[in-house]
Write a protein of this length. Structure first.
Length: 304
């Protein structure tokens, strides 16, 4: 089954070119089925790229999903055309009275700022508070995960000696969790961040479960015990070349940046990286969507 997206969203052409089944609004309206209602708060500067990455992961499922895109109003985007935002994005004021089966809150390149110094922090806090009563299950990614762990549970983030960037091996601490169904005993996930949350801080909160860690990258997957909130500190949705593009961008800025680890073949940045986490990313998103959204969400969304 497909994901429902606006007819003219740029991601549609990309996904259809990959033989991914997407459904236009017109066709969806003629099917007698209740889709899952999902909203994505996209905090990344390269919004079209991020939209496409996440929609790709949500598309390979037997569920019909209606997707809305949300942006903050407290930040002016410098990397995405305002016309695109006006056409395809909604604001919190427009959705605050609606309910959703699931929500995804992305990362943002603001890890080195204190949370309160982020220009849309107050608005983000209002949205995260709103999810408690209006969203059945919320998935937070990278900085979005750190922000939510701080907001909901008071867990601090800590600066790393230098940027953590690369492809790292992970294990499931609770391999029987539905989140890891179909995954290998060890699996690869990209990370790209300057800060971390620490295992001991997660374990000190009874309302949280630590699900997966990496010897090199530390904490990766965390969830609340009631399955309402999930936190990924990495980027299982990343494309093969995403870390390469970030690395070259940082070099062009003159930053003292290390090459992404375990990424370029033979550590040669002139060689194209090999995609080794595609199936992991697909399974993680599918499992969250199936077991923690579709299987448990109320048919009547007003009962959330």
């Amino acid at each position: 089954m497909p994901i429902r997206i606006p007819d003219s969203l740029p991601a549609r052409a990309v996904l259809e070119g990959e033989n991914i089944f997407v459904m236009t609004e017109y066709r969806a309206l003629h099917q007698d089925i209740r889709p899952l209602n999902l909203i994505i708060l996209n905090l990344m500067p390269t919004k079209i790229v991020t939209e496409t990455q996440i929609l790709r992961k949500l598309s390979n499922t037997p569920l019909q999903i209606k997707v809305e895109l949300l942006r903050t109003t407290g930040h002016i985007s410098k990397n995405t055309d305002e016309g695109h935002l006006e056409s395809f994005y909604t604001t919190f004021e427009q959705v605050r009275d609606k309910n959703y089966d699931g929500m995804i809150i992305t990362g943002a390149p603001v890890e080195n700022l204190d949370f309160s110094d982020v220009d849309y922090w107050d608005e983000l806090c209002e949205i995260m508070d709103w999810t408690r009563s209006h969203v059945h299950s919320t998935l937070h990614i990278c900085w979005g995960a750190q922000a939510a762990l701080f907001f909901h549970y008071g867990i601090q983030k800590y600066s790393l000696p230098r940027k953590l960037s690369g492809i790292f091996s992970h294990t499931a601490l609770k391999p029987n969790s539905p989140l890891f169904r179909g995954l290998d005993d060890e699996f690869l996930v990209p990370h790209s961040r300057y800060t971390e949350v620490r295992e001991e801080d997660i374990l000190a909160v009874p309302q949280l479960e630590l699900l997966s860690t990496s010897p090199e990258a530390g904490v990766f997957a965390v969830k609340s015990t009631d399955n309402r909130r999930f936190f990924f500190t990495g980027h299982p949705e990343y494309d093969a070349d995403t870390l390469a593009l970030e690395y070259r961008r940082d070099l062009d800025k003159g930053l003292d940046i290390a090459m992404p680890q375990n990424y370029f073949p033979n550590d040669d940045p002139s060689r194209p990286p090999v995609m080794r986490w595609r199936s992991t990313g697909q399974l993680l998103y599918n499992n969250w969507l199936n077991y923690y959204v579709y299987q448990t969400t109320p048919y009547d969304l007003t009962l959330i």
